[in-house]
Design a protein around this ligand. Sequence first.
Ligand SMILES: Cc1cc2nc3c(=O)[nH]c(=O)nc-3n(C[C@H](O)[C@H](O)[C@H](O)COP(=O)(O)O)c2cc1C
Length: 194
Amino acid sequence: MIPLDLDHPVWEQVYMVAPLTIVGTREPDGSYDLAPKHMAMPMSWQDHYGFVCSPSHATYVNARREGCFTVSFPRPDQILLTSLAAAPRCNDDHKHALQAIPTIPARKIDGVLVAQAYLHLECELDRIIDDLGDNSVIIGRIVQAFVAEDSAREVDRDAQEMIAHSPMLVYLHPGRFARIVETNAFPYHVGFKR
Ligand SMILES: Cc1cc2nc3c(=O)[nH]c(=O)nc-3n(C[C@H](O)[C@H](O)[C@H](O)COP(=O)(O)O)c2cc1C
């Protein structure tokens, strides 16, 4: 084993498996912002969903002000759209690249979601945990959720076949991604209970 230099983030010295989501928020001028987040996951077995965000990002300021945000889970063939959502802002403080990302309106909150993403969550802000180093965690309660028909988990549907047919996107921080096509059942211990 090689000791890691803790003067630098551990996460820059190894690859880490992460989801890749696009968080949507409403800007003060009524337009909508989208930004990719990989430090993002359910925060409970119920309806909490959260992500790590820099307080300097518009996403943080928007979510705090508006009290809500959306989360879209892009497919592997939407990787370029996902990257566009992290385009730098122009002199007018707008991310014009967002115009290239097709969106649909959210139903229960004021927001937009990325069209063709396989999972859409609409969240109301639950809490913000600040001062985690330079970052914060933004946690929402899911108030509306839609899954694409080809990605819905059903007991009588073969999971391997379904995922092979509708591959999933995974982010390998820093700077890589993969398309998951082949999966296996987890070898749970006999009698395992959550
Ligand atoms: C692949 C990828 C993953 C990212 N993950 C995160 C993240 O988890 N948290 C975060 O604060 N920023 C993350 N970012 C950076 C922001 O999404 C990016 O700086 C964005 O432009 C901020 O936009 P905003 O100011 O409109 O919120 C990520 C960027 C990329 C390209």
